[in-house]
Write a protein that binds this ligand. Structure first.
Ligand code: B12
Ligand code: SF4
Length: 533
């Protein structure tokens, strides 16, 4: 009996940009009795059906975008006599759909770190439950990934998680509903140990797979103080102290490491935090700009973001503190007009952000937008090939509409074409060349240019923002570019790199607040500074 973990994808490029972290975390959660799992990431290569034998256990992760491919894999595995178990955000939101359409024996809802082990042992005993409640485990229980199982040459960036959950409540996002609004932080010692393990095997680029790296804003703290809510002030201060402790330890890691995370724009108010990020080698962050007008921001419950010139200033602040921005913009909001597209491109260029993504409004399950849309659709459902449009992920990609929610004044094609033009403008050679001047030498400049073009092409390949005619060509191009980029991202392994010696006696079972209140600093022996290489 073997355990297989499969990350489904219709698009295989042979090389991937970021490791799907869940694969390596679930590998760590796999009971020893089941042996080392076989990891299959279909964004590299498709699964070989003959590798599945009767009695094997197949774990499949599905988010909404890859659910249909996931169900194909599940049906194939079950027909070959395997136990089939699903997990991931989509399975958490639609367990019944997965059981029905994905040929599942079982579904793990929520976090898999603990529940997966039980599901595997139940399969070995021949009696799995149909639902396992993984829940939202505490940050101290997050497992470190099994990086010893990674095919090193296939990925450019590894991924390490430092925090889950987000206190905000944007209307297009499901994170605050599924992962909760209470930030769940991992102790910095565990994060650092994992980073050291990755640097040892030759990863120096690491994405922090966090929902929001800045969970406590200065405004949150001020409000708690004004309300004289001492318990809240203490809790927020503790979370913040732990963030600073993590960044202080990251700053002691080898200087050639590069980290990237996701953060809210509020962080621009907090120069101290941005400086700590810079020192920690967190060189870039995805910032959800979403819209450039006050009406657009209101429409997505994000009116705490800035617009116009104030927005340009905020985005520039990141850069002034040494943190590059990947700005994320949404098109197709009810408030968008034809002029919004050019205005957005102008702003992205004026704000001198390093990368940008322009996504079309997609109602993801579990979001406020989706609930509203589903309610509207219930009155007079739109069907595509017999499938309700509110279950768009079940429509084959060839016939799946590119936009689901009609816009009052623009057709879907118009929005798509205009979005495409914004991508083309932002990623044309001249602005890329200008932006590449932020790099320290020619080699990095070339890497930057390749990465910019790859980023643009990979998005085109996913169908999020392009027409099908460009898709085939861009897929070939992306495959080739990905291979070249892969080489640029390789670093010499550092097997001799020492992990710090933590005073681990106090770690297990420690609550987040307790950890931070004690300052965090007292827990660890200081890390030795590594020489710059
Ligand atoms: C980091 C991240 C990214 C990164 C890296 C992606 C990568 N290759 O890893 C980047 C920035 C590239 C990215 C891109 C996108 N992302 Co993203 N991303 C995340 C984020 C913040 C963390 C994911 C992560 O690695 N977490 C750490 C791992 C360990 O946790 P996990 O995946 O949840 O797995 C745990 C459980 O779910 C469970 N589990 C998972 N799989 C399985 C399988 C089995 C068998 C079992 C038992 C359990 C189990 O156990 C795991 C351990 O507890 C999530 C938010 C979130 N909280 O999930 C969004 C999220 C997954 N992304 C989302 C979206 C929409 C996207 C994009 C489409 C954005 C866009 N508009 O272009 C693209 C699509 C990329 C793609 N094609 O896959 C949505 C998905 C919504 C949905 N319903 O599907 C999320 C949930 C965020 C949101 N706003 O709602 N993303
Ligand atoms: S979009 Fe970002 S800030 Fe908004 S709820 Fe989701 S994770 Fe939080």
């Amino acid at each position: 009996m073997r355990v297989h973990l499969v990350n489904p994808s219709d698009n295989s490029f042979g090389t991937a940009v970021i490791t799907p972290r869940w694969l390596f975390v679930l590998a760590a959660a796999t009971p020893r009795a089941a042996g080392d799992p076989i990891l299959v990431d279909e964004s590299l290569e498709q699964i070989v059906p003959e590798s599945i034998q009767p009695g094997d256990i197949v774990g499949i992760s599905v988010h909404t975008g890859n659910a249909l491919r996931g169900y194909q894999v599940g049906k194939m595995a079950r027909s070959r006599g395997a136990w089939v178990i699903y997990g991931g955000i989509h399975a958490t939101l639609y367990p019944d759909e997965v059981l029905e359409l994905g040929a599942a024996h079982a579904v793990v809802k929520g976090d898999g770190d603990i529940a997966w082990g039980k599901a595997v042992m139940d399969c070995i005993a021949g009696k799995p439950d149909s639902i396992y409640e993984g829940g939202r485990i505490d940050g101290s229980q997050f497992l470190a990934a099994r990086w010893d199982l990674i095919p090193r040459d296939k990925y450019m960036w590894a991924s390490v998680q430092t925090i889950r959950g987000c206190p905000k409540h944007c209307s297009f996002c499901s994170v605050w509903r599924t992962d909760g609004q209470q930030p769940r932080q991992r102790q910095h010692q565990k994060v650092i140990d994992e980073i050291v393990a990755l640097r040892r095997i030759g990863f120096r680029f690491i994405a922090l797979a966090d929902d929001n790296f800045y969970p406590v804003s200065l405004t949150d703290l001020r409000l708690a103080r004004e309300q004289n809510n001492l318990a809240r002030v203490e809790e927020l201060t503790a979370i913040r102290a732990e963030r600073f402790q993590l960044m202080a330890e990251m700053a002691k890691l080898p200087k050639n490491m590069v980290f990237f995370t996701q953060i809210t724009m509020e962080a621009a108010e907090d120069g101290e935090f941005l400086d700590a990020m810079h020192k920690a080698n967190i060189k870039g962050a995805l910032v959800g700009v979403e819209a450039v007008t006050p009406e657009g921001l209101k429409a997505v419950f994000k009116d705490w973001n800035c617009s116009g010139d104030a927005l340009v200033k905020r985005l520039k602040t990141f850069r002034e503190h040494g943190v590059h921005v990947l700005g994320s913009f949404i098109f197709g909001l009810p408030t968008d007009k034809p002029s919004t597209f050019d205005a957005t491109a102008d702003l992205a260029l004026k704000a001198e952000i390093t990368f940008a993504q322009f996504v079309m409004m997609t109602p993801f399950p579990g979001t406020v937008d989706f609930a509203r849309w589903e309610k509207e659709q219930a009155k007079d459902p739109t069907l595509v090939g017999g499938v309700p449009i509110t279950r768009y992920w079940l429509i084959p990609t060839e016939t799946r509409p590119k936009m689901f929610t009609p816009h009052a004044s623009m057709s879907s094609d118009e929005i798509r074409e205009r979005t495409q033009k914004v991508w083309d403008r932002f990623y044309s050679w001249r602005p890329i060349w200008q932006r590449s001047s932020c790099t320290p030498n020619l080699r990095s400049r070339i890497a930057f240019i390749f990465l910019s073009k790859l980023y643009r092409q990979m998005y085109a390949g996913t169908g999020i923002s392009t027409d099908s005619a460009r898709k085939k060509k861009s897929k070939r191009w992306a495959r080739w570019t990905a291979k070249q980029c892969g080489k640029l991202f390789h670093a010499e392994p550092m097997p001799e790199l020492k992990a710090p010696e933590w005073n681990v006696g106090v770690l297990p079972g420690m609550g987040q607040a307790a950890l931070g209140v004690s300052g965090g600093a007292g827990l660890s022996t200081p890390l030795v500074n590594f020489p710059e290489d």
